[in-house]
Ligand binder design. Sequence first.
Ligand code: ZN
Length: 223
Amino acid sequence: MLIDFHNHHLSSSPDVLSIRSFHQREQEPFEQWTGPCSVGLHPWFVSEVDWVRDEQWDWLTRAARDKKVLLLGECGLDKLQGPDLADQQFVFEHCLALAEQLRKPVVIHCVRAYEELFASVRKIKPTVPMIIHGYARKATILKPLLDQGFYVSYGAAILPPTSAAAQSLAQTPLEKLFLESDDKMLPIADLYARAAQIKGLSIQELETALQNNLETVLRESNK
Ligand SMILES: [Zn+2]
């Protein structure tokens, strides 16, 4: 079965295991959702107002315990959008600690804030698997991520023939890889076809590998 590791679509196809991601502004659709999903405090929508942030946090701590929630996130750091980075980092570190407490893997959104991400990880020391979603950067940033055990999920950025993301995917070990449509309305099968081509694998081989990866991150977090 194909896995769409991270997306924001409200419909899913029966032959894809689609992990829908909900954030603090999607509390109602989250309640109505019955499939596998993730919940997190998205850095763009972290509030700078204390009482609003407390409410967002209360929602997350309740929602994250739901059985349908396989993963925590997306949460993370974004230097191009959202409130002050200090506010984002405060919330992100709480999310890491919650994931650790609930024993769920964390899906991380990181834009131009890798140093701060590493600092938070050194501080909180999560032992649950961490997955960087929507990775679209050069392979130079990939190396420290892989060295620290991160998984990496790729989206539409791998489609152009010479993209940085495609080159990074080529250097990502198969056992650390996921694919996701994120906010793009594109069939996940297109990403499998492209990734299989980059990796020199059959779709079937890639399918099996990514299924194993999902099983691994879920099993590892339960230790
Ligand atoms: Zn997303």
